[in-house]
Ligand binder design. Structure first.
Ligand code: DGP
Length: 114
């Protein structure tokens, strides 16, 4: 989608520090990390602006995002303690309207929801 920063990152038009990539999904390190491990996992295509737009037509790539999160957590040695977060809408703190999942780990997460 035009003017979407994550579409541009997915297309390689903007730089990112990649953690994983396949035909459907890109994972890259968040520019403002909230934890020692903070990776964004996105569908490459702009199939939804946020989780409220997940439907039977686009949910396969959502499952793929979660598969990638599990794979990365294993590879990074944090499979025993990680969090997957998605913010939907400005009231939830969403700043980029392209469906994405935050993979957070590497610090004590059990007392916070952030
Ligand atoms: P959210 O608030 O849920 O919409 O999360 C958007 C995240 O995207 C936020 O943690 C910061 C990150 N971010 C925004 N712009 C860029 C960028 O250009 N590069 C990278 N790597 N991360 C970005």
């Amino acid at each position: 989608m035009k003017d979407c920063i994550f579409c541009k990152i997915a297309a390689g038009e903007l730089p990112s520090k990649k953690a994983y990539e396949d035909e459907q999904v890109l994972a890259f390190y968040d520019i403002h990390p909230q934890a020692p491990v903070h990776i964004l996992i996105i569908p490459k295509t702009h199939c939804a602006s946020g989780a409220a737009e997940i439907t039977p037509e686009n949910s396969a790539v959502v499952a793929r995002c979660f598969e990638v999160a599990a794979k990365l957590a294993g590879e990074l040695g944090v499979a025993g303690g990680f969090r997957i977060v998605t913010n939907n809408g400005a009231k939830a703190g969403q700043t980029v309207p392209h469906l994405h999942f935050h993979l957070l780990a590497g610090r004590d997460l059990h007392l916070t929801m952030g």
